[in-house]
Structure formats: structure tokens, C-alpha cells
Design a protein around this ligand. Sequence first.
Ligand code: TXA
Ligand code: MG
Length: 345
Amino acid sequence: MNTKVWVVDNLSTESNTYPQLDEPARLLREGEVVAFPTETVYGLGANALDKNAIKKIFEAKGRPSDNPLIIHISNKDDVNSLASNISDDAQKIMNAFWPGPITLVLKKKNEVPLEVTAGLDTVAIRIPNHKIALELIVRAGVPIAAPSANLSGKPSPTNAEHVLTDLSGKISGVLDGGETGVGLESTVIDCTCSIPIILRPGGITKEQLEEVIGNVEYDSHLSNEDYIPRSPGMKYRHYAPDAQFILVNADYNRFQTIITEAKSAGNRVGILVSDEGSKILSADVVVNLGSKRNLLDISSNLYKGLRNFNTEKVDVIYGETFEEVGIGVAIMNRLKKSSGDLVVY
Ligand code: TXA
Ligand code: MG
């Protein structure tokens, strides 16, 4: 399959008519699979109401069939045709944060195919905060199911080039809207329980949610690995670079000793570190994620940084750890997943 690329300037105010969206919108309506940018990561979209189109997403990604998809809509009212029993807390979250990087898990309506929800009786829904994504959904005229547009297990794509690296030849096309902003996936929150539960930390933090609805909990698997996550996707090894990736929970002195030891054992060593770390540490390949005082920069650069090591070949990558406050919780969640929880001290 020839994968098309449609380039759109997300920031342009003049070209609000976006003629480049006509073809991808039509392909979506016709049951094809198209990748598009959102404010978090690129998504791999298909008509959420078309079972055959949904199957194509799972095939292209090599995604396990028990891992449900998020449905993307452009208008809050559309929630009511996909979900029922929407609680007051869920309503408040949607009003406060949509469009934005938060996905609500709600009781599904029969109209939503079980292929999308991987057989669950709940459905995950969000409105992305991205001009091109919203316009594409409007023009397609159907709700769009979309997981991140990477091969299953790889870091999520934050630009069109990442999408093509993983999926070229396997999908109809990709809308190239430049780099995404947040860089990490949306927060997933289960709103079917009396106290909403964060299943996946992401762009909207627990602190932000608590300001709007009071009590919010984290799913037990996030603090205790003996628990099985209730969000199916969270149980897989994820976001992984090709080389072995190990987190370093130590000061820069100790960090440098670890690098030096690995080098003397004959390894080509990469490090994924903050700007501060990059000034002190030396290794064969240094990827700088930005200042650790600005965790939003770190989140925005994280996946691109991890993917760097697939071109800059190394034997082992050591990663700096970050403070688990605000978006730092999501950053550390992804770093732990990418490393398969390998930490040295
Ligand atoms: O930011 C994002 O959320 C991106 C962009 C494209 O919107 N999408 C994304 O999708 O990250 P994906 O498929 O990579 O991750 C969806 C997560 C998975 O962990 C999945 O298990 C969970 O959401 N999920 C989906 N439906 C669910 C449900 N009904 N109950 C519990 N978890 C669900
Ligand atoms: Mg994903």
C-alpha cells in the first residue's frame, strides 16, 4: 500500500479551509485508516462505528486484540450517542478539560462496536485540543477511534516522520501537522466508579483534576506492581527503544561511574538526560530532554529522545529519573514502562 502524506500547517490562520483534509476525511468515511496529529501524540484513526475499519487499525499496529481504543469526537454532545450513565464528576471533567489531553472511560452504548472496546462494556472517549484533528473529525462526519500511531510496543509518535518509520506501507496516509505539543498520551480516567480512578497518568494531572472534582484515585497497579491494571493497555511493555534501557536513580557522580563501567565493559553507551545532566555527564550519545525545572519540556521531548537511539546505535541507554509531581508522574510512568522497570542505584 502506498502511504500518502498530506502536509498541513497547524498554526496558519489564513488557510482555515484546509483543502488537504478533504482526501483523508473521505478515506476515513470509506473505512480506511489515516494517521493524524493531536496535541498529545499522533493517532491512527478509523471510523469508530465500522468494525472492518477498526480491524485494520489492529492489523497495522500489530496491537493485541484485548487492548481497547479511544474514540475521538469534536463536540461534547456527541458523548451522549456513545455513552450512558454519565456522572456529575464526568460532566465536570469534560467541561473543565475538553478539548484537552484527558480521556473518560464511561458506560458504553450498544452503538459502539465491541471491536473498539475489546469486548468491554465501557468506552474511552476524548476531544483532542488540536485544530487539524478537530477539523478532520468534523469533515469525516463520524467518531474516530484512534490509538497512538506507532507499532505496538514502540514509543508513541510525536511527528509524521515517526509515524512513517513505523507504519509506512501499512496505512492509507498520514496528515503531517508538525510536532505535537504535550508529547505524552492523554490521562485515562475511569468515571464509572463513585470515586474516579486514573488508569493512565497523562497530560492532565491528578492535582488539576482534584481542583475540579475533589477526590480522585490512582489505579492500584500504578503504585503496586502486584495489581493487574484495569486499563488493558497498561499491562504491556511499551514505549521501548531498540537498545536495553535502564533508569538511574542516583546523583550525577554515581551516574557517571555507571556510564564509565559500562563503557569499560565494551558497550557503546547512550544517556537520556535533562539539560542539567547533559552538562555534567559524558557518554557516547547524549540526548538532552530539556531542563528538569520545566517538566513540560521533558514530556514534550521524551518519545523523540527515545527514538533517537534507534538511529544512533548504542548497546545500552541510561535514563535520568524525574520528580513525580504534576506531569512528572506521567513522565516517570512512561520511563518505567520503556525500561521494563529496570532501575539501578
Ligand atoms: O493521547 C492519547 O490518548 C492518544 C491520542 C492519539 O489520542 N491515544 C492513545 O491511545 O494513547 P492508545 O490506544 O495508545 O492508548 C489507549 C489507552 C490504553 O491503555 C487502553 O487500554 C485504554 O486507553 N483504554 C481504552 N479503552 C478503555 C476502556 N474501556 N477501559 C479501560 N481502559 C481503556
Ligand atoms: Mg499507545
